[in-house]
Design a protein around this ligand. Sequence first.
Ligand code: SAM
Length: 219
Amino acid sequence: MAYLRWRRFTELLSLDNPALGELFMRKRHKPIVAAPVETWDAEYQAGVYDRLSRSEQRHHHRLLAAMIADRWPNPRVLEIGAGEGVFYEALRPHRPARYVGVDFSKLAVARAETRLAPEIVIGEVKMLLGDGRDFQTDETFDVVVFSECIEHLGEVETIIAHYRPNLKAGGAVGLTMWLALKPLRLWHRLKAMGEVLDEAVINTPWGGGWLVAVVRPPA
Ligand SMILES: C[S@@+](CC[C@H](N)C(=O)[O-])C[C@H]1O[C@@H](n2cnc3c(N)ncnc32)[C@H](O)[C@@H]1O
């Protein structure tokens, strides 16, 4: 626990001071390597992400959903790397007008289709199999969400530019990110690109921590 507390301390320090983050970062020269779809499939098969449905693991979903609904009542949301569609469950009480979830794991998408079947049947929700790095749609949304996913999608500037045409006027990017020094580098780059509408950190007694934010990218 003492180590986790120390780690959280360094992460919080680095939020406003990226240079300190670099100082505390272990293996700082090693890039984040995105896992191939086979790895995700195997982990979903083994039940590694079953824990993501537990209440104690979903504070970041609930906070991001509330941040979104506060600015965009009945929001239209695209989620990239949507996994088993668990974020939608936090969005549901806010009565979203539309939710499209995209993931490249067949198993995750199949489970999301089961989970969200009532909304899929009435056409409010769609789950799609696709690679978030180059997924394309003509639909536009109030918010494009990356929940614990953006660090798997390559350069943050490239990915935001890719989804910019899918944002309605005044739309924004919603982000949740497991709090850790290396992924925070991406947060600092995203923050520098646009206007931060909301930014918060969640810290749990069991040692979990997330950054949650809504950012309006440049036009
Ligand atoms: C940690 S899980 C988060 C799932 C969900 N967003 C949530 O918050 O519960 C990351 C998800 O990103 C997906 N993912 C990773 N790389 C991807 C890519 N290139 N295209 C689409 N999905 C991807 C994985 O399959 C996995 O479902």
